[in-house]
Write a protein that binds this ligand. Structure first.
Ligand SMILES: *Cc1c(COP(=O)(O)O)cnc(C)c1O
Length: 402
């Protein structure tokens, strides 16, 4: 099954010698993938319910995206933004006709959020520089995005942060209102928190935020790096609440695993990013754009938004049944292919339990089993994965004497 020439151990030895050890890695080298399945260097098969940390929104190597990349690579890989290029215009059209406004392209989620922070400050002027964000949010690792990320563990040893960020608890409108002053420029948050544990706010919260921002002349910025691009069963997460932001950031799944980020802003805001004020050398390159176009076309052609909603209900069925059986499932939070199963006890051991049995999952914030399955996962694959995950949770229940 494998085309690998080195064993996992041989690859790990190279990493030990030459790669900076800033990631905790599973002791396995993946070599090949197809949809929701991938294989390691020893030929072991895994069902991947967290493909590419959410980047591989169509699973591994979706054929239409592979073909688009191959064809584009033979034509133009990169041209700078001093030229027009067809693919960038087309992908911008695809994104904006499904959302609003105009697009700027970059290469990652953090970079998209940096653009949003700069745009907010440029629009609001030098006396209004403060941005309110939410506890347990995640916006990326560059200094602006990191300062926006209200999680002390990610700031440790790196201070001082960029000035001007104020943090409020999530899903608490009054807390945001209390932080607004004459220097506030914007509110930045995820319409569904991902890394923070798949936290789904009340629709009324987002609607209230929209009104609060309008009343105070603030920009509302949604970080849809994880919740966008079809992930929640709609093109963009904000479309569940009917609340349109002034700025939206995208990355992760937007080009099905090719590095790509985007910032969408209203037509009114767009002129604030003047030539010379912001740029990204690789941003909007033809290769990423071709992948993005093929991604959105595939989601549409294969009806994957509706499919994701159906598969979400299938996941829910499995986990609701388990909830009747074991007492440690505290909460079940599912929006499309964004799935969080919160336990009342640490869930970390579920990752290795599942991996040994050939199922890849994630645990975040210690107690939340998190899945970001591909939008095109099959019903059989949902059943196969849930059987193993449910068994892992039963084991945890037994071990904790619950
Ligand atoms: C992953 C993530 C980011 C950071 O994206 P990078 O591409 O790693 O910079 C930002 N915001 C959200 C909501 C994310 O999930």
């Amino acid at each position: 099954m494998s085309t690998a020439t080195l064993s996992s151990q041989q690859v790990i030895a190279k990493f030990d010698r030459y790669v900076i050890p800033n990631y905790r890695r599973y002791p396995v080298c993946l070599t090949r993938g197809e949809g929701s399945v991938c294989w390691d260097a020893e030929g072991k098969r895994y069902l991947d319910l967290f493909p590419g940390w959410g980047c591989n929104i169509l699973g591994h190597c979706p054929p239409a995206v592979v073909q688009a990349i191959q064809e584009q690579a033979a034509q133009l890989i990169h041209v700078p933004n001093s030229w027009y290029m067809e693919a960038q215009g087309e992908f911008a059209e695809i994104l904006c006709t499904r959302s609003f406004g105009k697009a700027f392209f970059c290469n990652s989620g953090a970079e998209a959020n940096e653009g949003a922070i700069k745009l907010a400050r440029l629009k609001q002027g030098p006396s209004r520089y403060k941005i309110i964000t939410c506890a347990n949010g995640f916006h990326g690792r560059t200094f602006g995005a990191l300062s926006a990320t209200a999680q002390p563990k990610y700031h440790e040893g790196l201070g001082p942060m960029l000035p001007g960020f104020r943090y409020a608890p999530y899903n608490d409108l009054a807390a945001i209102e209390r932080l607004i002053d004459a220097e506030t420029a914007a509110v930045l948050l995820e319409p569904v928190q991902g890394e923070g544990g798949v936290n789904i706010p009340d629709d009324s919260y987002l609607q209230g935020l929209r009104k609060l921002c309008d009343d105070h002349g603030l920009l509302l910025i949604f970080d849809e790096v994880q919740s966008g691009s079809g992930r929640t069963g709609k093109w963009f997460g904000y479309q569940h609440s009917g609340v349109q932001p002034d700025i939206m950031t995208l990355a992760k799944g937007v080009a099905a695993g090719v590095a790509c980020g985007a910032l969408i802003c209203t037509n009114e805001l767009a002129p604030s990013l003047k030539p010379g004020m912001h740029a990204s050398t690789f941003g909007g390159n033809p290769l990423a754009m071709a992948a993005g176009i093929a991604t959105f076309q595939t989601i549409e052609r294969e009806g994957l938004l509706d499919h994701a909603v159906k598969m979400a209900e299938r996941f829910r069925g499995h986990f609701e049944a388990l909830r009747q059986e074991v007492p440690i499932i505290q909460d079940l939070r599912i929006r499309g292919m964004m799935i969080g199963v919160e336990l009342s006890v640490p869930a970390g051991t579920a990752v290795s339990y599942c991996m040994e049995r050939g199922v890849l999952i994630n645990v975040t914030h210690d107690t939340v089993v998190r899945l970001l399955p591909a939008l095109n996962i099959s019903a059989e694959e949902v059943d196969e994965g849930c059987e193993v995950i449910c068994q892992a949770i039963r084991e945890i229940a037994e071990q904790t004497g619950s």
